[in-house]
Ligand binder design. Structure first.
Ligand code: PMP
Length: 433
């Protein structure tokens, strides 16, 4: 077995420096199994990071479906094959009316890129309103609408056709304190107004209903309804980016916009990550009316999008979610985590805030509960100790790099939750001592 140093040397020769790794001393992972990742020494790590492996690492039902289909046929959607229709029928059945027209693609970035094109074709306006701290993907157009990137390291700042509305963060947002959903939504209305005045009218509002990269943000009640109302009043198309949060992770609902928005129906929904359990798959689902605006005469062709192998993988993922009751499971284990963290917060004052739903949660560590000052170095050392002393993988998020980001594979068990809570308790107790 090669050593980590040998692998790092090989990596340095052929991989770009712009890419990064988890941990200063990265892990050489050789196998995945359910909620565990196993390294070259045989150490089993509890994985709280990989929401992509939605129905569990190396899920045998998904692997078998893919292998079976690869032996029979893989081609593109210019031919007719039932696997495609079987899958898009099931997928669109999971979304509210009138979201019924589905484009299959190969990643979350591709989904958002296409959604942006569709929204622009429908609204006939190029400008976009985005939320501060958001990330929507790695293409040129998506870096342009991702403040997380264009205002981050190496970024070139906000492009003129993009306006930023405040992160609807009840804990640390711009309007702090008891600002309501309507207060934050007013900022969306103002962003559309600024777009108009700047001569770059906006026809798209794109948002994650709960924000991942911005720090696992759960907006205040009423926010999404009011934000969509503001966007629609300005004549814009509302895109819900469900790439991180969709497919039952919320527990109470299948989609994040349902949990946060209640009765909100986006104009376009974009899907990725969990949709294929690691197989490259993504989707854009929209209304017949909006899809019609995209039928300009220019053909939309995607070589791999909707290929039969991807379709059976997508169907197998839905089978497992259904057969194993993973949405309800996420609700129950999520509540157990919430109760556990609430209990820890009584004994550890570094826990400043807990938020999220189901198996998508954030825990903000602060040095001071009054000022909310991020406990960044403590958070970083906690993540390091969790890996070394407890064999638990966890990542950080948020502008202060102080939010513990929980988004494990959905089969995450009660015993996994307890193990995580006990480990954090032990490490925070040792830290205080
Ligand atoms: N949208 C969101 C909210 C994401 O978190 C990501 C990836 N982190 C993307 C889009 C892009 O997805 P992908 O990396 O599959 O292109």
């Amino acid at each position: 077995m090669p050593t980590v140093d040998e692998l790092l040397a090989r990596r340095a020769r052929h991989l770009p420096r712009a890419t990064s790794l988890h941990y200063d001393r990265p892990l050489h992972i050789v196998r995945g199994e359910g909620t565990y990742l196993i390294d070259a020494d045989g150490t089993r790590y509890l994985d709280c990071i990989n929401n992509v492996s939605h129905v569990g690492h190396a899920n045998p039902r998904v692997a078998e479906a893919a292998c079976r289909q690869m032996r029979v046929l893989n081609t593109n959607a210019r031919f007719l094959y039932e696997q495609l229709f079987d899958y898009v029928e099931r997928l669109t059945d999971l979304l509210p009316d009138p979201l019924s027209i589905c484009f299959l693609v190969n990643s979350g970035s591709e989904a958002n890129e296409l959604a942006l094109r569709i929204a622009r074709a429908h609204s006939k306006r190029r400008g976009v309103v985005v939320l501060d701290g958001a990330y929507h993907g790695n293409t040129t157009s998506l870096i342009d609408i991702s403040p997380y990137k264009f205002n981050g390291k190496g970024g070139e700042g906000r492009p003129p056709h993009v306006q930023i509305a405040a992160t609807p963060d009840p804990y640390d947002g711009r309007f702090r304190g008891d600002a309501s959903g309507a207060d934050y939504a007013q900022d969306v209305a103002d962003a559309f107004e600024r777009a108009e005045q700047d001569g770059h009218p906006a026809g798209t509002f794109i948002a994650e209903s709960l924000l991942g990269c911005a720090g696992q943000i759960d907006p205040p009640p009423g926010y999404l309804q009011a934000a969509y109302a503001a966007a629609r009043a300005a004549g814009a198309v509302c895109i819900a980016d469900e790439v991180q949060i969709g497919f039952g992770r919320m527990g109470t609902d299948f989609w994040g916009f349902q949990t946060v928005g209640q009765d909100v129906v986006p104009d376009i929904v974009t899907l990725g990550k969990p949709i294929g359990n690691g197989h490259p798959l993504g989707a854009v689902v929209t209304t017949p009316e909006i899809a019609e605006s995209f039928a300009t005469g220019m053909e939309y062709f995607n070589t791999y999008g909707g290929n039969p192998v991807s379709c059976v993988v997508g169907s197998a993922v839905l089978d497992v979610i259904e057969q194993d009751g993973l949405q309800e499971h996420a609700r129950l284990v999520g509540e157990r985590l919430a109760r556990g963290f609430a209990e820890l917060a009584q004994r550890h004052s570094v826990i400043g805030d807990m938020r999220g739903h189901g198996l998508f949660r954030g825990v903000a560590l602060v040095t001071d509960r009054e000022t909310h000052t991020p406990a960044t170095s403590l958070a970083r050392s906690l993540v390091q100790r969790l890996r070394e002393d407890e064999q638990i993988l966890l990542s950080l998020e948020g502008p202060g790099d102080n939010v513990l980001k929980l988004k494990p594979p959905m089969p995450f068990a009660d015993s996994d939750a307890d193990r995580l809570l006990e480990a954090i308790d032990r490490l925070l107790t040792a830290h205080t001592a």
